[in-house]
Design a binder for this molecule. Structure first.
Ligand code: ATP
Length: 239
């Protein structure tokens, strides 16, 4: 039997007032891909990813994640995906370790396992050198890193990230990229939005570009770039 796609959307729409932020979007994200979701400001990227995350209800159309339909099977879906929204919910009065362990407990991990994995993740994300520091005192880049660490604690099969590198310095971004690539190497699917085309170009094997809520281009990175074109050239050409 074929493995279902990581993400499929069917004529997905989200209307705010009289304007469609997402306007009949059909996405197909294969399992195991590192997928970049691009578009100019206001194109509908955040609106789309929030619908995929179950944070905003679609006006119409359908969503399937890992072959399960949203929102009907959202509980099962949420057990198997990891989320890093642009404004992740963090608890300022917890340390990074406490927060990550807490998220693990929410995903149903037994306390010793949650604690063990939280420790490993904090080390992996290089957040372990000031163990007593509260998230409220973290820098923006550290907040992004702890949000990503916590989102990985239940070993998600699909990882959805909205602008994960925004406000993160080069060293932190390098670390996050390595960790994401490693997730893909181990069979997970990564779907992210980003404004930084060079980052997407280097990391992603597939991309989709939207404009005014509609898909304008989608496919394998290698096929989209004709000749010596960079992703930026492609982007400027189509939007
Ligand atoms: P950016 O790159 O600037 O972050 P984006 O591609 O993520 O943009 P969205 O944030 O999805 O774009 O916005 C798409 C459109 O929907 C915009 O015109 C925006 O003003 C509108 N929009 C988004 N959220 C809301 C909301 N809660 N209420 C009304 N309009 C909204």
């Amino acid at each position: 039997m074929d493995t279902p796609a990581a993400i499929r959307t069917f004529d997905l729409r989200k209307v705010y007032g009289s304007r469609a932020a997402v306007d009949g979007l059909n996405l197909d994200v294969p399992r195991g891909s590192f997928f970049g979701f691009l578009g100019p400001n206001g194109a509908g990227k955040t609106t789309t990813i929030r619908m995929l995350m179950g944070l905003a209800p679609p006006t119409s159309g359908g969503i399937e994640l890992l072959g399960l339909s949203m929102p009907a099977q959202s509980l099962e879906v949420k057990r198997r995906i990891g989320l890093v929204p642009d404004d992740s919910l963090l608890f300022d009065h917890l340390t990074g370790l406490e927060f990550t362990e807490f998220v693990g407990r929410m995903y149903g991990l037994a306390r010793p396992l949650a604690k063990e994995r939280a420790g490993e993740l904090l080390e992996l994300f290089e957040l372990d050198d000031e163990p007593g520091k509260l998230i409220g005192d973290y820098s923006k880049g550290m907040r992004k890193r702890v949000a990503m660490a916590a989102a990985l604690i239940h070993r998600p099969e699909l990882f959805l990230l909205d602008e994960p590198f925004e406000g993160v310095d080069a060293v932190g971004a390098r670390l996050m990229k390595e960790i994401l690539l490693d997730q893909v190497r181990h069979g997970a699917t990564v779907f992210l939005t980003s404004h930084v085309l060079e980052v997407v170009e280097r990391l992603c094997d597939r991309v989709a570009i939207i404009q005014e809520g509609k898909l304008v281009l989608s496919g394998a990175m290698a096929e989209l770039r004709s000749g010596s074109e960079t992703l930026e050239d492609v982007f400027v050409r189509v939007v």
